[in-house]
Ligand binder design. Structure first.
Ligand SMILES: Nc1ncnc2c1ncn2[C@@H]1O[C@H](COP(=O)(O)OP(=O)(O)O)[C@@H](O)[C@H]1O
Ligand SMILES: [Mg+2]
Length: 274
């Protein structure tokens, strides 16, 4: 029996760094020897394939039109990640419904591949589809910057996930921070408000510092982890990946429909890929 841990990455606000975190966390996990798949669920402005320098002949729009299976649209990126491409700039797909989202979630169970981690890069906001994907994930990372609107949107996302969906396993990832300490302080600040007003508190799993190399890599259409492996933020992604692999094994799942209902346990370290 294969075990796949599914990590959904959201932020509320666009531009917080979801795609940056999703892509580089996926690469850092792969570097540690895990088999990783990235699902680009940002269907309006999908940019994970661009960051990974991929040409994707088919994407989720082909799956949703019933023309291709998920296995048929999946590709292997030049970095060796498995990728399910979204559908960039497709207005109709940008308005994905919760029913579409569930159809996609269920189709993952038909994939016949060994995957230790599935990372899901969400669209901005808290549309029904984003919330369905978040509820279907085993753990949830909320990426936030240290500015009032990003913090408000992160809190708003946590509020809906905890109050309306009864979800746990929510982790904050402060991004583009001045220092690790600033990231920890931001986590405590947000979590104090959660403790006061929400049914659940959230957890801390790591901070990504602000690093001009991230933007530079972006401009070169390359992920930071391969473009500047020794940069500050790349080190932070290494630490984030390590922290993710050290999280307490998942015990029981929420009652929601989830990705890989049949593969729910902690991944064991895979045979090294390199
Ligand atoms: N840690 C960071 N340091 C510097 N720039 C960053 C950092 N994280 C993200 N960025 C930049 O912020 C912009 C938005 O990031 P992106 O990952 O596309 O956000 P989202 O997917 O949440 O919309 C990009 O131009 C990216 O290069
Ligand atoms: Mg994005």
């Amino acid at each position: 029996m294969q075990h796949t841990e599914v990590i959904g990455i959201a932020s509320g606000k666009g531009g917080a760094g979801k795609t940056t975190v999703a892509v580089n966390l996926a690469l850092a996990l792969q570097e540690s020897g895990y088999r990783v798949m990235l699902f680009d669920a940002d269907l309006g402005l999908a940019n994970a394939p661009i960051l990974l320098g991929c040409h994707c002949p088919f994407n989720l729009s082909h799956f949703l039109r019933g023309e291709k299976t998920l296995a048929e649209i999946a590709i292997t990126t030049p970095q060796g990640l498995r990728l399910i491409p979204g559908a960039s700039g497709n207005q109709q797909l940008a308005a994905l419904t919760a029913v579409d989202a569930l159809k996609i979630v269920q189709a993952f169970s038909d994939l016949d591949e060994t995957i230790d981690y599935l990372i899901v890069d969400m669209a901005a906001g808290i549309s029904p589809a984003v919330l369905s994907f978040m509820a279907a994930s085993h753990r949830r990372l909320i990426v936030t910057r240290n500015d009032p609107s990003s913090i408000a949107d992160a809190y708003g996302t946590i509020k809906v996930l905890t109050e309306d969906y009864g979800l746990d396993e929510i982790y904050l990832v402060p991004n583009a921070m001045k220092s690790q300490l600033d990231g920890q302080l931001l986590f405590h600040k947000i979590n104090r408000v959660c403790a006061q007003f929400l049914p659940r508190t959230v957890h801390y799993v790591g901070t990504i510092e602000h690093d001009p190399r991230v933007e530079e890599a972006h401009k070169h259409l390359e992920p930071l982890m391969t473009y500047a492996r020794t940069s500050r933020a790349a080190k932070d992604f290494g630490l984030l990946a390590h922290a993710v692999t050290e999280l307490t094994p998942l015990q029981e799942m929420s009652g929601n429909v989830q990705f890989f209902n049949d593969r729910q346990m902690r991944p064991v370290r895979a045979t090294l890929l390199h």
